[in-house]
Design a protein around this ligand. Structure first.
Ligand code: 2PG
Ligand code: MG
Length: 426
């Protein structure tokens, strides 16, 4: 089946910031749309998100964030080359690569290429009469991912109420996705209740739906979430464990890790030992970006010292980039990769990074961004790609729940099994 039309247009993300949407129309008259997400704590090695800057007339009210140039690139260069072509995802992504051979998709904008690539994937699945998850895995049981869910938010997502960006929970002992998400909802509610009992401000919801509660230290924040878990009668460790996204690049300044709470700064080596202390003291199964995006030595020495069961997850470090992944495999810096399609810019090359990671024995966590949309394709990608884990933010906000709800739907409608990557943890 051929593409008869392709358009790009500007829409809003969950922060009210402009983002790119693309719509692919097929010969059978159906139209398939996708919208791209956008980060706040972005890594400097990510693919380029093309924004207009403040000078354009069309941008007057968007403070330089509008995406008219990226949209224009879809409506001129890209559509010229794709209209009339068959709906074949790998050919389309190859064409997009040829149209913008720059490593970071900086000419067309990774927001333009990804919108087209995603809409094409959705259209290609339709053309085969499959769900997007099934398009990537036509046979056998689909693997529903274990969710990693934000309870407390800090960093760039919550005006630095905490130095660390996320304190998350992993319902590692749940037997189904539906059970997993129900436990998490209970823990988030329990945390909100506990916070108000303790006189904390709990009505501040951060960009990803987590509670923006201030704490004097990360240890107090972790203890608070542990109490919230116990309060609902779930057992810490065997049923629900902790995970952290330190997002440390955000507070790595002048070669020092600078914490506001408590006011203290650390050399890389000191911070390696600080993080080791945290993962020893708390039932933490996964730690993301404990070190800055180019502090490779710290990553390497931590991975050598940490318990082998700990998931050491590279986000800003690896930026869904195969060369950076290869370096981390070769140097044993990290043992897991966060997979974000918009860090990469194309669906097929994002999948290639994930498969390469699996080949090296790395865990993979498919992730949303802090600026999200109502789209749910992420749930299908995580499932059809057998990622094993997914991170979407909290269970608050329709842009987050669209992904959880799609996973609940896949669990009911498809032949699935639930991933248990931390089975036996705790
Ligand atoms: C992260 C993401 C999502 P952002 O750091 O993992 O939580 O944040 O999209 O702002 O980069
Ligand atoms: Mg991160």
């Amino acid at each position: 089946m051929k593409i008869t039309d392709l358009i790009g247009y500007q829409v809003l993300d969950s922060r009210g910031k402009p983002t790119v949407a693309a719509a692919v129309t097929l010969e059978d008259g159906t139209t398939h749309t996708a919208r791209v997400p956008s980060g706040a704590s972005t890594g400097k090695h990510e693919a380029l998100e093309l924004r207009d800057g403040s000078s354009t007339h069309a941008d007057k009210y968007f403070g330089g964030h509008s995406v008219n140039k990226a949209v224009e690139n879809i409506n001129t260069v890209i559509s010229q080359h794709l209209i009339g072509e068959p709906i074949d995802l790998s050919l389309i992504d190859q064409k997009l690569e040829q149209l913008d051979p720059s490593a970071n998709h900086g000419q067309l904008g990774a927001n333009a290429t990804l919108a087209v690539s995603l809409a094409s994937a959705i259209a290609a699945a339709h053309a085969k009469g499959l769900s997007l998850a099934r398009y990537f895995q036509p046979d056998g049981k689909l693997l529903l991912p274990m969710p990693m869910v934000n309870i407390l938010s800090g960093g760039a997502h919550a005006n630095r109420t905490l130095d660390f960006q996320d304190v998350l929970v992993v319902p590692c002992g749940a037997n189904s996705f539906a059970e997993a998400i129900s436990w998490v909802v209970a823990v988030r509610e329990s945390a909100a209740k506990l916070g108000s009992q303790q006189g904390k401000v709990t009505n501040l919801v951060a960009d990803e739906g987590g509670l923006g509660i201030a704490f004097p230290s990360i240890q107090e924040a972790c203890n608070f979430v542990l109490s919230a878990i116990e309060e609902v009668g779930l057992s810490v460790g065997s049923q629900v464990s902790l995970a952290l996204d330190v997002a440390s690049t955000q507070f790595f300044k002048g070669e020092r890790y600078q914490l506001n709470n408590p006011g203290r700064e650390f050399t890389s080596d000191e911070f390696v030992h600080f993080i080791l202390g945290l993962v020893t003291e708390f039932p933490i199964v996964s730690i993301e970006d404990p070190f800055a995006e180019d502090d490779w030595n710290a990553w390497q020495s931590f991975t050598g010292l940490a318990p082998s069961s700990l998931q050491i997850l590279g986000d800003d470090l690896l930026t869904t980039n195969s060369a950076r992944l290869d370096r981390s495999i070769a140097t044993k810096a990290a043992n897991a990769i966060l997979i974000k399609a918009n860090q990469n810019g194309l669906v097929t090359s994002t999948l290639e990074v994930l498969l390469r990671a699996h080949g090296a024995g790395f865990n993979t966590v498919v992730s949303a961004r802090s600026g999200e949309t109502e789209d749910s394709w992420l749930a299908d990608l995580a499932t059809g790609w057998r990622a094993g884990q997914i991170k979407v933010g909290s269970t608050h906000g329709a842009e987050r729940n669209a992904k959880w709800n799609r996973l609940l739907e896949l669990e009911k409608r498809e032949d699935t099994e639930f991933a248990r990557p931390f089975n036996g943890a705790g």
